[in-house]
Design a binder for this molecule. Structure first.
Ligand SMILES: [Zn+2]
Length: 205
């Protein structure tokens, strides 16, 4: 749950943070924070999957080709919703799961083409993303993050926020595995205030 216009990164994993660009319930009342290609580029900059120079270049390219920008936005939303369902799925043998996996696989095929090894200034070899030069390049890091998470034992630590109107996902990395809220400052605080009011009401009755 958010209380400001700036993107929030409390999910503990890039792909979860991307699914958290929807506030409220996907089945009911919700607010989507990625409704334009500009929103998608802004989010990517905030998520640090692109730097300021890539941000400017990609926005420039999008201005030249608004149709491609609209297509990539559509793919981004499709990928985001597929990730949300994949992560929450209880039945990994359902046709829905398989078709969401196809969406992810399709984006991985395109996205991973710019992921490879490079040599650092000190001579070390490491995996890295090559510069993002196309509009669709924004989707690669999110798709890879989802594939990494889905294929890891961290999946058991992914939870939905306990807030009454919040469906944000987070990776519980706390030692005692008892994290319940997307963010203590928002949903956690609402719960704290509720408990306090309930206690006060019980005391005075
Ligand atoms: Zn929440």
């Amino acid at each position: 749950m958010v209380t400001s216009d700036s993107p929030s990164f409390v999910g503990g994993d890039l792909c979860l943070d991307f699914t958290n660009t929807v506030d409220g319930s996907r089945d009911g009342e919700f607010q989507d924070r990625v409704t334009s290609f500009g929103d998608l580029v802004e989010w990517s900059l905030s998520a640090q999957t692109i730097d300021r120079k890539e941000f400017e270049e990609i926005l420039g390219e999008a201005e030249k080709d608004p149709e491609e920008a609209a297509r990539v936005l559509g793919r981004a939303v499709k990928l985001r919703e597929a990730i949300y369902r994949l992560v929450r799925a209880e039945d990994r043998n359902s046709p829905g799961f398989r078709s969401d996996l196809d969406v992810l696989e399709g984006e991985l095929e395109v996205g991973l083409s710019r992921y490879g090894i490079c040599q650092t200034a000190t001579g070390e070899i490491q995996w890295a993303w090559r510069r993002a030069t196309t509009l669709e390049a924004l989707l690669g890091p999110v798709a890879k993050s989802a594939a990494d998470l889905l294929s890891s034992d961290q999946m058991a630590r992914v939870h939905v926020c306990g807030g009454p109107r919040c469906t944000w996902l987070f990776l519980d990395t706390t030692k005692n595995h008892r994290r319940r809220w997307c963010d203590m400052k928002t949903c956690g605080n609402v719960a704290k205030v509720r408990r306090y009011r309930k206690r006060k009401a019980e005391e005075s009755s």
